[in-house]
Design a protein around this ligand. Structure first.
Ligand code: SF4
Ligand code: SF4
Length: 158
């Protein structure tokens, strides 16, 4: 069953990338798959409807559960980050207040690798933020604000 869920998640990611206009070669590279499998997926072959439905349930979990479960299945951090970033149904605005003391804790706990320290302040790349809120919970100065600005959970079409 885990393999079917992984296939479903990669299918969802492939469809999202196709919507954004990526070529099959690029989609295959991003997802670590061969081109023929991607071609089959995008043409509705070699993928079961059940796998897609279960993957859809997984990506509709809360953000923390989404990446935790995906990582448990995929067992590869970079692939997990790619799938979560592409398939996330939500978008976020991220802000770091001037009270930041550049301790780096947030960057260490961010699974998505969305945070770097620059000019003695944390900077968050909202494109990579999955909204798990781990950074804000760990910040000793309460300097992080993560705001959900988009939720497409009910607007997906395939
Ligand atoms: S909420 Fe914070 S820890 Fe979670 S992905 Fe976004 S920046 Fe990283
Ligand atoms: S955990 Fe808080 S204080 Fe530390 S670098 Fe991140 S935002 Fe700044």
């Amino acid at each position: 069953m885990p393999k079917h869920i992984i296939s479903g998640l990669k299918y969802l990611a492939a469809v999202e990338l196709r919507k954004k206009g990526y070529a099959q070669r690029v989609i295959a590279e991003k997802l670590g798959m061969d081109r023929s499998t991607i071609s089959h997926y995008l043409n509705g072959r070699n993928i079961s409807w059940n796998s897609i439905q279960i993957a859809e349930v997984v990506r509709n979990l809360c953000p923390r559960d989404f990446f935790t479960l995906t990582y448990a299945l995929v067992k590869d951090k970079e692939t997990t980050r790619t799938i979560v970033q592409i398939c996330s149904i939500r978008k976020y605005e991220c802000d770091v207040k001037n009270s930041c003391i550049a301790c780096g804790i947030c960057a260490d706990v961010c699974f998505m690798g969305a945070i770097v320290l620059e000019d003695l302040k944390a900077q968050i790349d909202s494109n990579w933020c999955c909204g798990c809120l781990l950074c804000g919970e760990q910040c000793p100065t309460n300097s992080i604000e993560i705001k959900e600005v988009e939720n497409n959970g009910n607007n997906r079409t395939y």
